[in-house]
Design a protein around this ligand. Structure first.
Ligand code: 9D3
Length: 254
């Protein structure tokens, strides 16, 4: 997969794109990620990318010409999928990440200032994405989020061991708690069942704890869960524990 990123702050990408999973994906030739400075596609002496908005009002708008020149230059040999990162975009989610793995060439446009000229949105972008309902200073961090979540899904990037299949959201539930050694740390113990060696009991405990967390923290996810007979039983147990007033959530020591 080829990913081109257009930005006026290319240096923001140096760290995240060259560490960990994204570095491995590139070293293995599974992803080719290129960062391009939008200023290099201006034609004026001062390499200006923004201007005042027609109609007046505070806040600058990104000029259309550099975007159009850049996309033209990066589109040789195919029709890339162009994605504008903006607060007006559809919310990016795991389903969209999965869908984007099917596109061999992505171009991500990182907006800055108040907005990009509407003609960029209407005539260059195939898709407009936001990463959530909070204000960022620009599209760069959002682009990094999208790249990270898409590239780790490409076949061959993750080891079988931490393959994306076991991930939270693939199951539609939050993850269950995890523990590692020691079995007791300053009096804090690991749930006995995890040390028991009873694989079926461990599996059931994990499913129940995943359901518990989802119920407590993200009840919206439960609404679209395709409940098995086991889930039904586990959820009933959780409701009964609630009525009994049992609260096993650890509290932060003072
Ligand atoms: C004037 C109202 N604001 C729009 C909601 C102005 C504004 C805020 C933040 C304009 C641009 C930005 C910069 N943000 C992004 O470019 C952005 C973003 C975000 O702020 N939140 C979540 N996802 C994204 S993707 C790009």
């Amino acid at each position: 997969m080829r990913i081109d990123i257009l930005t006026i702050f290319p240096e923001m990408f140096a760290g995240p794109m060259n560490e960990s999973i994204l570095r491995i994906a590139q070293e293995r030739g599974l992803a080719e990620i290129r960062i391009w400075n939008l200023r290099d596609y201006t034609t004026d002496r001062h390499q200006v990318t923004d201007d005042y908005q027609y109609g007046g009002g505070a806040g600058m708008v990104m000029k259309p010409e550099p975007w159009f020149r850049a996309i033209r230059a990066l589109s040789e040999g195919g029709r890339p999928t162009v994605i504008l990162l903006s607060p007006q975009g559809r919310r990016f989610d795991q389903r969209t990440a999965n869908e984007l793995t099917q596109h061999p060439h992505l171009i991500l446009l990182c907006g800055r200032y108040k907005d990009v000229d509407e003609r960029v949105r209407r005539h260059l972008a195939d898709m407009e994405l936001s990463i959530g309902d909070y204000i960022l200073s620009g599209g760069e961090l959002a682009a990094m989020v999208v790249v990270d979540s898409v590239v780790r899904l490409l076949p061959g990037v993750l080891s079988d061991l931490d393959s994306a299949l076991g991930d939270s959201f693939e199951s539609g539930l939050l993850d269950h708690p995890h523990y590692t050694r020691p079995a007791e740390f300053e009096g804090l113990i690991v749930p006995e069942i995890l040390l028991s060696g009873h694989h079926e009991a461990v599996r059931r405990w994990r499913r129940k704890e995943a359901l518990r967390r989802t119920m407590e923290r993200r009840p919206d996810l439960l609404a679209s869960l395709d409940e098995t007979r086991e889930d039904e039983i586990l959820l009933q147990e959780l409701r009964e524990e609630r009525e009994g007033g049992v609260n096993d959530e650890p509290s932060r020591p003072g």
